[in-house]
Structures are given as structure tokens and as C-alpha cells.
Design a protein around this ligand. Structure first.
Ligand code: SAH
Ligand code: SF4
Length: 427
């Protein structure tokens, strides 16, 4: 989501202010920092980065510095108090106002803070995408109304708001016309998507996916991220469509019903397993990824063991796992937490090595199989090679001409490394 937001910040400034994106700090007139407050660590990095940029502004006072994202949304004017050289503070829902904020800063020389939550106004003001790749994110909903006890998202991004389908489909058609072949429908909980179309018909995520499958040029569809509670039968049935990638990211957070309850996740382990079983009846080889929080307040060794049990039972692939981080305003931050950080770290290592083992096992099973991949770019390490992703989200590097970038091709997998695969073109 932050990657998408950052691209939109670049798009609005390029479109309205005739600017260009540069990765060379010494050439920049405007510095924009997008921030994340999901855990404490990324938040700490914000002021460190701002301190580095201050050195540029000390040399050239004309430079404008902006801070956006969820830390900005959470801290507001406190950012300017602590870093008075910052000129603009904006939230995830006000990034489209950047050009007018910029004009105001230039004319008044005063800093400006706008972290309000105007309902979907943003999407009516975003220009057509400029900086694009063969695979693109498209935001379909924003915010979250679930209020899990550990999570800051409902406070920083606001409540769930769904974008009108016509607007989403127009954006995807425009991207398809520019060569995009894969779409990743984006939101904090995309399966909470609920909206009426222009004819008054109620749509859910499954209906939206069906409409996206009809768009010519778009041959692979993904969605990120979903909540188990709304991973309903209609969405499972959407997997009958071959354009929907054989991959699902469905966070469970913990394998202990006691902890899930304390987290206010509104479902138990059985519901999760039942839904995965239904999906696997339709797509036996589907790759399932998840998110885990280790060391939630009061998590015992038994609770943690239950998380390891579910990892074993489901056979998760490529998951994200974090040590619980107390967040401001959230109920969990006030809960008693007797487990030491050392113990939590040890649990995290055990969990991560189990997942890593499984990821490698799945990768090794792919050796000798044929996979359809979307070629996205030149390989990072070996300039002569090109790279793309398999349906189950693995990067594959292989020899081939750059003219293949933007196309789907068939490869035979030849080698499995810890973070990527190697392959050769079949014909
Ligand atoms: N809406 C998604 C998750 C979005 S947040 C869902 O409900 O599954 C992305 C991930 O960040 C979460 O799945 C969780 O694993 C992690 N996360 C969120 N808050 C956290 C916290 N306070 N400490 C550690 N990890 C956290
Ligand atoms: Fe956060 Fe996801 Fe829970 Fe919403 S559903 S509060 S985004 S963890």
C-alpha cells in the first residue's frame, strides 16, 4: 500500500507541478518521505532520515520537505515541532492535495499540516498513472473498521471505504492500454469491499474480480490483503477463474484461539482451516502465505506452540512474521505483557526457520516443472538476465532478451535458491 501511495505522490507532483522523479538526493528540490507506523521500528527511522535531509536544506533553504503516510497521520504537527525544517505533513488520504500544499508553502513560507480523512475524494483527483511496470497495484478500498487490538491502521488510515467500481475498472483499462498485464487489487482488507455500482447493484470483491477478468490484456489478477472472516464462499468460487493467480495471502496472526480472541480477530483457528480446505478442494496446489505476530501480550509457550502447529498443518509459504510492537491508542498496548523480549525473539527465530524450510521445500518441488511467468525487469544482480514472478510469487532469473519484458512466457525451473529461482526458456 505504501509503495502504491508513494507512486501516487510522484504522479501528482509530476502531473500538476511538471516535476520529475530523481533518485539522486543532490538534485532534488522537493523531498517526500512516505512513512509506516504499523510497528515502532519503521517509525523510529523517520526522524533519522529527516535529519539527513536537513543537511541539504541547510545548504539550500529553497528545498521543500514533506512527510506523508501513517506516521504523519499519527503525529501531525508534532513532526514539525520536532523537525521544524519540515514544510508539509500529509496523511494517506490527503496526498492528492500535495500540489496545492506545495504552492501554499512556496507563497507563505509557512509549514502546513493536513492529515484529514476526506472520503474517497483522493481518487477523484489522482492523475493517470505515469510510472508503470508490467504488474501494477490498483487500490480498491482503504482503511479498516476491524479494530484488532494490536493494530494502528484504523486510527491512521481511517475506516473502510470502498472505491466505485467504474473508477477502478477505468483505471485498470487505462493501465492495460499502457502494457500492464497483471493487476494487484489493493487494500487493508480487500475482501471487505462493499459498494453499489452506477446501476445500484451491490458488489463484493468476487464481483469486482469477475469484471476485471473481462478486461482485455489483463491476464493475471492478485489481491492483497484479506481478512479470514470475509474470505467467503463467493470469493473462493472466484478461483474457478484461471486469471486469478494460484496464490493467496491470508493472515492468521496466531494459531491459538485464546490469543485470537485477545487480538479481537473475530474468528477462530477452525474457521481459517475450513476456508483453506474449501479453497484447496478447488485449487489443490495453491500457495498460501500468511502474517504472524509473535509475543502478543500474554502469549504462553503453549499458545506459541499452537501457532507452530498451524504452520505445520497448513504448510504456509513465504509468510511475514513480526514481534508484537505496542502501538499508541491501541487496547493491546495497555495489556500486561510478562514475556521477555529475548523470549519473543527466540520464538520468532523458531517460527521463521520453520517457514523458511517450507518455502525452500516448495521451491525445490518446483524444479523441473514448467511455470508461466510475467517478465517484469532486468535481473537485479546479473545485468544480462531478466526476471519475473511465478504465480506463487517467486522471482525467477533467466537468460533472455529484454524484449520479453512485459510478456508472459513459459519457463522450465532449473534451480531453487533461498530467495529466488533460476530457469530456462522452453521454446
Ligand atoms: N489487514 C490485514 C493486515 C494489515 S497490517 C489483516 O488483518 O490481516 C499488516 C501486518 O502487520 C499484520 O498482518 C500484522 O501481522 C502486522 N502488524 C500489525 N500491527 C502490528 C503490531 N502492533 N505489532 C507487530 N505486527 C503488527
Ligand atoms: Fe489492522 Fe488488519 Fe486488524 Fe484491520 S483487520 S485492524 S488492518 S490487522
Amino acid at each position: 500500500m505504501n509503495e502504491y501511495d508513494a507512486m501516487k505522490m510522484a504522479d501528482v507532483m509530476c502531473h500538476h507541478k511538471d516535476m520529475e522523479v530523481t533518485s539522486e538526493e543532490s538534485k532534488a528540490d522537493v523531498f517526500l518521505l512516505n512513512t509506516c507506523s504499523i510497528r515502532e521500528k519503521p517509525q523510529e527511522k523517520v526522524f533519522h532520515q529527516l535529519g539527513r535531509w536537513k543537511a541539504y536544506k541547510d545548504k539550500n533553504p529553497q528545498i521543500v520537505i514533506g512527510v506523508g503516510g501513517c506516521v504523519a497521520s499519527q503525529e501531525g504537527s508534532a513532526i514539525i515541532k520536532r523537525a521544524p525544517y519540515v514544510d508539509m505533513v500529509f496523511g494517506p488520504q490527503t496526498l492528492h492535495r500535495l500540489p496545492s500544499m506545495y504552492d501554499q508553502v512556496i507563497s507563505t513560507k509557512n509549514p502546513i499540516v493536513d492529515i484529514s480523512f476526506p472520503k474517497v475524494e483522493k481518487f477523484n483527483h489522482l492523475p493517470k498513472a505515469k510510472n508503470i511496470n508490467a504488474s501494477a497495484f490498483v487500490s480498491i478500498m482503504e482503511g479498516c473498521s476491524k479494530f484488532c487490538t494490536f493494530c494502528v491502521v484504523p486510527y491512521t488510515r481511517g475506516l473502510e471505504v470502498s472505491r466505485p467500481p467504474e473508477q477502478i475498472l477505468d483505471e485498470i483499462k487505462d493501465l492495460a492500454g499502457k502494457g500492464v498485464r497483471e493487476i494487484n487489487l489493493l487494500g487493508q482488507n480487500v475482501n471487505a469491499y462493499r459498494v453499489k455500482d452506477a446501476n445500484g447493484k451491490r458488489l463484493k470483491l468476487s464481483d469486482l474480480i469477475e469484471r476485471v477478468t473481462e478486461i482485455e490484456g489483463i491476464d493475471r489478477i492478485r489481491f492483497t490483503t484479506s481478512h479470514p472472516l470475509q474470505f467467503t464462499d463467493d470469493l473462493i468460487a472466484a478461483y474457478n477463474h484461471p486469471k486469478l493467480a494460484n496464490y493467496l495471502h491470508l493472515p492468521i496472526q496466531s494459531g491459538s484461539n485464546r490469543i485470537l480472541k485477545l487480538m479481537h480477530r473475530k474468528h477462530n483457528v477452525q474457521l481459517y482451516i475450513d476456508r483453506i480446505s474449501k479453497l484447496r478442494a478447488l485449487r489443490p496446489n495453491i500457495s498460501i502465505a500468511s502474517d504472524f505476530i509473535v509475543g502478543f501480550p500474554g502469549e504462553t509457550e503453549e499458545d506459541f506452540q499452537e501457532t507452530l502447529n498451524i504452520i505445520d498443518e497448513v504448510g504456509f509459504d513465504q509468510s511475514f512474521s513480526f514481534i508484537y510492537s505496542p502501538r499508541p491508542q491501541t487496547p493491546a498496548a495497555l495489556m500486561d505483557d510478562a514475556v521477555s523480549y529475548q523470549e519473543k525473539l527466540e520464538r520468532l527465530n523458531r517460527l521463521q526457520s520453520m517457514i523458511k524450510e517450507n518455502t525452500l521445500k516448495i521451491s525445490k518441488e518446483m524444479i523441473g516443472t514448467d511455470q508461466t511467468i510475467l517478465v517484469e525487469k532486468l535481473s537485479k544482480k546479473m545485468n544480462k538476465q531478466i526476471s519475473g514472478r511465478t504465480e506463487n510469487n517467486r522471482w525467477v532469473n533467466f537468460d533472455g532478451p529484454i524484449s520479453l519484458i512485459g510478456k508472459f512466457i513459459k519457463l522450465r525451473i532449473t534451480e531453487a535458491l533461498s530467495n529466488s529461482l533460476r530457469a530456462r526458456i522452453i521454446n
